[in-house]
Design a protein around this ligand. Structure first.
Ligand code: NCD
Length: 324
């Protein structure tokens, strides 16, 4: 295939999908077809970027990142993705530096930014804030984390990583570990895993269990779930463990945080007990839940997962803009 043919093939894929002009707010909004289209486009971009540093697909388009909560990977990978696609970026990296500090609502900020940019990526500490921004904005809005709610683009990059690391999304058995109550990445990821009928272990301290609203909906869909505090047993049954940070910033009582922090730690000793290779993902940042001696373990995929974030966000942006 010539470069030109390859490019047309890419555009064809983009046209086929249903995300054009859409807000990206919740993991449950994706169909299997969306996910599979995204995986193919992301993997095309991954190959393209081996040949050149940047493309021109979104030349002239502007992405605005509005981050009212700390972020390293999500904001920088979205900005990288847009620039690799030839687009431009404007960025508000903290609430303190913006009119939010003067009391402006999320809606008014989104309405304002709609006058400058072509797509908004927003992170905010309040559940439902991305939806509020989307209602007010006249351009597509992407939820990059709304409090303890959802983080749908992380789920997409997690799925892409799982496919790459395990070779398939069929017959998955996954253990999700840590703060399942407040972890927005797991809230979004279970929605995508449910499209593939994955079998799930939810491993957490008793007070950080997956919200009942989510588990009951998964059960209704026929997804096999087991809630447990026994990480070793769950991990020995799983091909993949998805580790999360205890979300300190969501605790109103810090003594409660002190009590549960360090509940689960993946280290070399733990991996030896498993007696088989396992794939380990983590959305990062980690605090103490994966020790650094695990980083050289062949199944430790969390930094490869970081890199995949760029290809997946490129794919998502291309899909939102459709053929232009
Ligand atoms: C996560 C987040 O912000 O929800 N990080 C990320 O986006 N990669 C996870 C976390 O903060 O623990």
């Amino acid at each position: 295939m010539s470069n030109h043919d390859e490019f047309n093939h890419l555009i064809g894929e983009v046209k086929m999908t249903s995300l054009k002009g859409k807000d990206i707010l919740h993991g449950s909004q994706f169909s299997k077809r969306d996910v599979e289209g995204m995986v193919r486009i992301a993997s095309d971009f991954e190959k393209e970027l081996k040949k050149k540093d940047s493309l021109t697909l979104l030349k002239g388009k502007i992405l605005a990142t509005l981050f009212f909560e700390p972020s390293t990977r999500t904001r920088l990978s979205f900005e990288t993705a847009m620039q690799r696609l030839g687009g431009g970026v404007i960025s508000m990296a903290s609430a303190e530096g913006s009119s939010a500090a003067k009391g402006e609502t999320v809606g008014d900020t989104a309405r304002t930014v709609s006058q400058y940019a072509d797509v908004i990526v927003i992170r905010h500490p309040r559940i439902g804030s991305a939806e509020e921004a989307a209602d007010a904005a006249s351009i597509p809005v992407v939820n990059a984390g709304d409090g303890a709610g959802q983080h749908p683009t992380q789920a997409l990059l997690d799925i892409y990583t799982i496919r790459k690391e395990l070779g398939s999304l069929k017959n998955l058995v996954v253990s999700m570990v840590g703060d399942l109550k407040n972890g927005r990445t797991v809230h979004a990821l279970v929605e995508l895993l449910s499209l593939y009928q994955a079998r799930l272990y939810f491993v957490s301290p008793g007070n950080l269990r997956m919200p009942e609203e989510i588990t009951s909906r998964l059960k209704q869909k026929g997804i096999r779930i087991e809630e447990t505090e026994d990480l070793e047993r769950a991990a020995s049954e799983s091909a993949l463990i998805y580790v999360t940070r205890i979300q300190k910033e969501r605790f109103t009582d810090l003594t409660e945080y002190e009590r549960v922090k360090g509940s689960y730690v993946i280290n070399g000793e733990f991996l030896k007990k498993l007696k088989k290779k396992i794939t380990i993902l983590h959305p990062l940042p980690r605090v103490d839940e994966i020790s650094s001696d695990v980083d050289t373990y062949p199944g430790a995929a969390y930094f490869r997962q970081v890199r995949n974030g760029v290809f997946v966000r490129m794919a998502l942006l291309a899909m939102i803009f459709g053929k232009r």
